[in-house]
Each structure stands twice: as structure tokens, then as C-alpha cells.
Ligand binder design. Structure first.
Ligand SMILES: Nc1ncnc2c1ncn2[C@@H]1O[C@H](COP(=O)(O)OP(=O)(O)OP(=O)(O)O)[C@@H](O)[C@H]1O
Ligand SMILES: [Mg+2]
Length: 227
């Protein structure tokens, strides 16, 4: 079973102030199998973030198809799409983007709020505590992000991305703001948690140590993706 698929994707951006457009993604296809781990590298501006955002339905391609969990995202309505995005995918960004006015525990539970199912929400509460303990944040559940280190915030962001048990975890340079040691801890954690959470992982990274831990390695350059 495939977790997600990109079929013949192109993405053009209009050049500001002109009628010209630039092609950032040039007929890209990518198939992600269950539990697969993928690293994507490529020069700055090559379209890695654009590709990841299209995969996570945060952005739309100019042409081509995006299939998530067997569903063509073009063929479902906005409500179904936001539900799919919330439940099926998890995102980790370069900067953790935790909300400063919420505690660590409240932050990681944010993606659970739109989920109607009461039992699921209760389970998520227990899962949040268990996961936060597992990533070494047991002492910080009720602390605010400002009182945590960047590495700790990034681990909390990993828990937030996993709280709805996504099948597809998308990470855009998640170790970009960390030192070598913390980058290694985070990469290790993403590999380790996959054992129990069973997600497919697509990670954009400049860090060859992080990339090496992934099964498949793609390079994005001149609009093309090569293995
Ligand atoms: N909303 C937008 N409008 C116009 N051009 C854009 C937009 N978003 C991105 N681009 C352009 O598309 C290209 C790819 O951007 P993208 O952010 O995907 O690159 P990237 O590979 O993630 O780079 P980096 O490694 O620096 O994060 C860049 O040239 C960028 O300027
Ligand atoms: Mg980027």
C-alpha cells in the first residue's frame, strides 16, 4: 500500500511585476510506500519546501496529481481535505513554531482540537504525556517554550507532529536550527519513534548525517528529482 504519491507534478511561480513565470518543479513523480524513509537534498531555492508543501497539501501544484492515503486530493472537498491533512500528515519545520503563550503539553495537543472523537482526544492526552516523557521532556510538561532550549522545543514539535498518529511525517530541515549533537539526537528520535508509530518519513535536509539514516535519498535540482 502506498502512503502517498505525486504524479507528474509541475509548479510555476509568477515572477513579481512581470508576466513571466518560473518553473520550480518540472514534471516530478514520487511514490512513498508505507514506513519508507526518504531524504531530499538540493541547493537553496531548488524547490524542496515547495515540494514538501505540495505533498502535505499546504500548497497546490500548477499541474499533476497528489494522492494521499489512496485519495486524490483534487477530488475531495475542502472539509475532507483539511481533515485528511490534520489526521494523515504531520509537519515539522526548521523552527519549532510552538506558541509562546501555551505550555509544552498544550502546544502538542493543539492538532487534536479539531478532532471530534472524544475517545481519540482522551487517548491523545495520554499519548502526549507518554511521548513527551519518551523524548526527554517529562520535567517540562507545564513549562512555556521560552523556558526550554531550542533542541527541547524541537523535540516538543516532533511530539506535536505525531500526536494524531499521522501516516506521513514531513520534515523541512528539522535540524537546521540545531547544533550537531542535538541534530543527531533528533534524527535518532525520528528513526526510533517510527518503530512504534509506523509513519513514512520525508525529510528535507542539508545534513548528510541525517540523510544517511534514511532508506531512500533523492536530490532535487533544476526542477527534477533524481534518486
Ligand atoms: N510564493 C512564492 N511566490 C513566488 N516564488 C516563490 C514562492 N515560494 C517560493 N518561490 C520560489 O521558488 C523557488 C523554490 O523555493 P523553495 O522555498 O521551495 O526552495 P528550497 O529548496 O526549499 O530552498 P531552501 O533550501 O533555501 O529552503 C525559489 O526560487 C523561490 O524564490
Ligand atoms: Mg526550504
Amino acid at each position: 500500500m502506498k502512503t502517498a504519491e505525486l504524479i507528474d507534478i509541475t509548479k510555476d511561480y509568477l515572477q513579481p511585476g512581470t508576466a513571466n513565470s518560473t518553473r520550480v518543479l518540472d514534471h516530478i513523480s514520487l511514490s512513498i510506500t508505507e514506513g519508507e524513509t526518504i531524504a531530499i537534498t538540493g541547493p537553496s531555492g531548488s524547490g524542496k519546501t515547495t515540494l514538501l508543501n505540495i505533498l502535505g497539501t499546504l500548497d497546490q501544484p500548477t499541474s499533476g496529481k497528489v494522492i494521499l492515503g489512496g485519495k486524490n486530493v483534487d477530488q475531495i472537498d475542502e472539509k475532507q481535505l483539511s481533515r485528511l491533512r490534520n489526521r494523515f500528515t504531520g509537519f515539522i519545520f526548521q523552527l519549532h513554531l510552538l506558541l509562546p503563550q501555551l505550555t509544552v503539553l498544550e502546544n502538542v495537543l493543539l492538532p487534536v482540537m479539531p478532532v471530534g472523537d472524544k475517545l481519540f482526544r482522551k487517548e491523545a492526552g495520554l499519548r502526549a504525556v507518554e511521548l513527551l516523557e519518551r523524548v526527554g521532556l517529562k520535567e517540562h510538561l507545564s513549562h512555556y517554550p521560552a523556558h526550554l532550549s531550542v533542541g527541547e522545543c524541537q523535540r516538543a514539535a516532533v511530539v506535536r507532529a505525531l500526536i494524531n498518529k499521522p501516516k506521513l511525517l514531513l520534515a523541512d530541515e528539522p535540524t537546521g536550527s540545531l547544533d550537531a549533537r542535538n541534530a543527531s539526537i533528533l534524527a535518532e528520535l525520528l528513526a526510533e519513534l517510527r518503530e512504534s508509530y509506523d509513519y513514512s518519513l520525508v525529510i528535507v535536509t542539508h545534513d548528510s548525517e541525517v540523510a544517511k539514516r534514511m532508506k531512500t535519498h533523492y536530490r532535487l535540482m533544476n526542477g527534477k528529482l533524481t534518486e
